[in-house]
Design a protein around this ligand. Structure first.
Ligand SMILES: C[S@@+](CC[C@H](N)C(=O)[O-])C[C@H]1O[C@@H](n2cnc3c(N)ncnc32)[C@H](O)[C@@H]1O
Length: 365
């Protein structure tokens, strides 16, 4: 728990009243220097693993997707990946380490990372190849041909929190009681009523749901920066109405060192706060931004198309061969690599993540 963050929050609340939940998240996740993301990136030894941090095979398989997109665009001289919120940079490291041929000449990789400490970590991890560039936001980049890629990022975008009350929907805000933070329910504002209405149809008194109001402008920025190419978003979440009916109490959770929690006030700045991504809302935003939306798929189905099954079979063959030849260390290495690769497609886990793709073939007016 960061006492500095608590002090900052109490001062803000004292000055202008209870904060909306997205304002609270902005402070505890992103503020300088104590916000959670200023000091944590996912990966081995950190709070939790993601697909790219689990095994380089994720990045190698994503490279297949990137190369196919490049070919589909007619193999342009430059193909730029704009990776938003790349964390430790493992996806780029694995993809770039295995790129070959003409695509290697064309591939440029830009990291869109608002946090300077994370940019430094990524530079340290990836070195100074001319292929890489770092920017703070998509708006800094001139339109490119390529792909905007966001892996497990949208679930961290700040959201507003609502509760269905007996006398109408309420917004959950963050106030203070003595020296602590506490939830305060406010009548819902007219500016979000239309956005909240579809959820209300599926929920009952006492139920909760989240709304990310910042996704639309982010998708608009992604569409603008793509002259031609794709937006690829991989994350956990669901479409409507499952996003509400599956989690009637809301899907917000906290993570700290792999432990799941439910109290966002418990460890300010020391725990991640996240909620499922509403892929229907993402799709509407993409359409509004002039993108052509492709069918949503699970990570399992997507990675299998990219060769996941063959990778698992190959690692199994190598393990059997190593065992037969008495190379025990190799045998154990292949076994453990195979089990990590299998996790990428596991049902009830990473394999259920959703993969959203939208295309842009010409400039949006
Ligand atoms: C859960 S981590 C995922 C990191 C990495 N993509 C992975 O899968 O291992 C989410 C990252 O998104 C970053 N992030 C959140 N909002 C962002 C935004 N608006 N623009 C760029 N990065 C953002 C955070 O700083 C954090 O590093």
């Amino acid at each position: 728990m960061s006492p500095e963050l608590l002090y900052l929050l109490r001062r803000r609340i004292g000055a202008s009243g209870p904060l909306r939940f997205d304002e609270f998240m902005d402070i505890v996740l992103y503020s300088d220097p104590h916000g959670y993301y200023r000091n944590h990136v996912p990966g081995s030894g950190f709070d939790y693993e993601t697909s790219p941090t689990l095994t380089p095979w994720f990045g190698r398989l994503v490279l297949q997707e990137l190369e196919a997109a490049w070919e589909q665009l007619g193999s342009p001289e430059e193909f730029t990946v704009l990776e938003v919120g790349a964390g430790s940079g493992d996806l780029a490291a694995a993809a770039v380490a295995s790129v070959e041929g003409g695509f290697s000449e064309a591939l440029r990789w830009f990291f869109v990372e608002p946090i300077d400490t994370v940019r430094r970590l990524q530079r340290f991890r990836l070195g100074s190849s001319g292929r890489y560039r770092w920017v703070e936001s998509l708006s800094e980049v001139e339109p490119v041909t390529g792909m905007v890629l966001a892996h497990e990022v949208l679930d961290n975008f700040p959201f507003r929190l609502f509760e269905v009350g007996g006398d109408g929907p309420k917004e959950v805000r963050v106030g203070t009681a003595r020296h602590h933070l506490t939830e305060v329910l406010f009548p819902i504002g007219p500016e979000v009523f239309d956005l909240a209405a579809p959820a209300l149809e599926h929920l009952e008194e006492g139920d909760r749901f989240e709304l990310r109001t910042g996704v639309g402008s982010w998708v608009t920025a992604a569409a603008r920066v793509l002259e031609r190419g794709r937006l690829l978003v991989v994350d956990y979440g669901a479409t409507e109405p499952e996003i509400w009916t599956r989690h009637p109490s809301g899907s917000m959770v906290t993570y700290r060192r792999g432990d799941l929690g439910i109290d966002p006030f418990d460890n300010l700045g020391g725990a991640d706060i996240t909620a499922h991504v509403n892929f229907s809302a993402l799709e509407r935003s993409a359409r509004d931004a002039g993108l052509h939306v492709l069918p949503l798929q699970t990570q399992k189905a997507w990675l299998e198309k990219l060769g996941l099954t063959e990778v698992v079979a190959d690692l199994r063959r190598r393990a059997v061969k190593a065992q037969a030849e008495g190379r025990h260390a190799d045998y154990l290495r292949y076994l453990s690599e195979r089990s990590r690769v299998e996790l990428l497609g596991a049902r009830g886990g990473l394999g259920d993540y959703l993969v959203f793709t939208a295309e842009k073939s010409a400039a949006v007016e």
